[in-house]
Design a protein around this ligand. Structure first.
Ligand SMILES: [Zn+2]
Length: 450
């Protein structure tokens, strides 16, 4: 039932996005000869193409190859996960890890914690070749990585420590719920998962992000003052803006709004500060403020909450289905036995693999809203187009509409620049010739020097 519903929903969304793409594509071909004042004065499509042409073809080909390779990685990651989880179940490693946990302590919650440590260490080691290829060598190959292997490895180990602690915080109450609540565990398990997601978002900006990067209050008044001015004008009580040293890892331009309530903060990375002009920084911060004003972190939690509840219902069904057939062979005593975790992880990976377009559409929709907010707040359509081009270093600029629907967690460069140019057509006074003429990619290859 749920499956059918999800299928119907995705088909409707798909049709809607294809229809929308066709509408925009056919619009310039059928100009109405009577009263198209703005359309004749400013050719939106030509302006978009002019921006897209700023990236040299070699750089464009590399960015496309990088991003398209990412589509396949979604599949390969799933396959690797499924193989590892199958190994853990088939060779009863999971049962053995449970037995060890039970020998170490008689206290149930602690047993879950000991099992979790073994589980995370074993799966991290088994998937390490894939992690290394994906996270280091592939990034290096596409000139997106500034770290040495040692520096990257250090980040991985910090991430592992965070995973050990946060995972235990989730797993211990989760299996407590499964033991106590029986058949309805999945409802409360989903609730716990949503609370956990909110908790992680709450602590991440203050306690997790600084483990990887150095955050400091932005001092440069030439940048800080216009940002705070825009914040005040948009009802944001921010007193500070944070900058962090992302150039340690890569040249990627980025900013974010993170946290909840008391830990909410606006951060921009040093690449944005070093590589962008003030109008470009302003439009980016306008976008981030849009996330805040439009309450995207709360809305995201609600929308992903729906996905999580559906996923837990499917998870419950799939675990029971598999345990009846293979539970004895895997030496798993039942759904409340934490040795069931590899099975749960395999099912979860499968569900989220198929939910990729849904999750991407949830975030992409909010990102587009933030773009529109940023255009209205900063009024820098040409700056916005330049930033969208810089993001094209690691996100394919001009995909097909179905491709964008399935794989994009942010709108594509073409979609974003089209929106900016559409906005500019209605606000011709905001045109910036300086921004339009600004070269963004140095040399014929357009690869930034590390
Ligand atoms: Zn955003």
């Amino acid at each position: 039932m749920v499956r059918a519903l999800r299928f119907v929903l995705s088909v409707i969304l798909l049709c809607a996005s294809v229809a929308a793409a066709q509408t925009t594509a056919s619009a310039p071909a059928t100009p109405t000869s009577t009263t198209t004042t703005t359309a004749t004065a400013f050719d939106i499509n030509a302006a978009v193409d002019a921006y897209l042409a700023k990236m040299p073809p070699a750089r464009r080909a590399m960015s496309d190859a990088y991003f398209e390779g990412g589509y396949w990685l979604i599949l390969w990651d799933l396959i690797v996960t499924l193989i590892i989880m199958w190994l853990l179940l088939h060779f009863r490693w999971s049962a053995k890890m449970r037995n060890l946990a039970e020998r170490i302590t008689r206290f149930r919650p602690l047993q879950t914690g000991v099992y979790w440590i073994q589980f995370l260490l074993v799966t991290s080691i088994l998937s390490f070749p894939m992690t290394m290829y994906e996270g280091f060598f592939r990034e290096r190959k596409y000139h997106l990585m500034n770290q040495t292997f040692g520096g990257w490895m250090k980040d991985q180990l910090i991430g592992l420590m965070v995973g050990l602690i946060l995972g235990a915080i989730l797993m211990i109450p989760l299996f407590g719920i499964v033991r106590r609540l029986g058949r309805t565990w999945w409802v409360w398990g989903a609730v716990l998962m949503i609370v956990f997601a909110a908790f992680v978002s709450l602590i991440a900006p203050v306690y997790i992000a600084p483990l990887f990067n150095q955050y400091k209050i932005l001092q440069d008044a030439r940048v800080k003052d216009p940002i705070l001015q825009m914040a005040r004008a948009n009802g944001i009580p921010a007193k500070d803006v944070y900058e962090f040293d992302a150039s340690k890892q890569s040249n990627r331009v980025s900013a974010n709004v993170s946290g909840f309530a008391g830990t909410m903060r606006i951060s921009l990375n040093d690449n944005l500060l070093n590589r962008c002009t003030l109008p470009e920084i302003e439009t980016t911060m306008g976008h981030e403020m849009g996330h805040y004003v439009l309450n995207h972190s709360y809305k995201g939690l609600v929308m992903f909450g729906v996905v999580i509840v559906i996923a837990f219902a499917l998870l419950n069904w799939a675990i029971n289905f598999a345990l009846v057939r293979w539970g004895t062979a895997w030496e798993i005593r039942g759904i409340s036995d934490f040795a069931v975790l590899p099975l749960a992880a395999a099912v979860f990976s499968l569900i989220f693999f198929f939910a990729t377009p849904i999750n991407n559409t949830i975030t992409r929709t909010m990102e587009f809203e933030a773009d529109m907010y940023g255009l209205n707040a900063a009024r820098q359509p040409d700056g916005e187009a330049n930033v969208d081009m810089l993001l094209g270093e690691y996100r394919k600029l001009d995909p097909g509409s179905v491709e964008e629907f399935i794989f994009y967690d942010h709108p594509s460069g073409r979609t974003r620049i089209t929106a900016a140019m559409q906005w500019k057509a209605e606000h011709p006074e905001t045109t910036s010739v300086e921004e339009m003429n600004r070269p963004l990619f140095a040399g014929a290859t357009g690869i930034p020097k590390n």
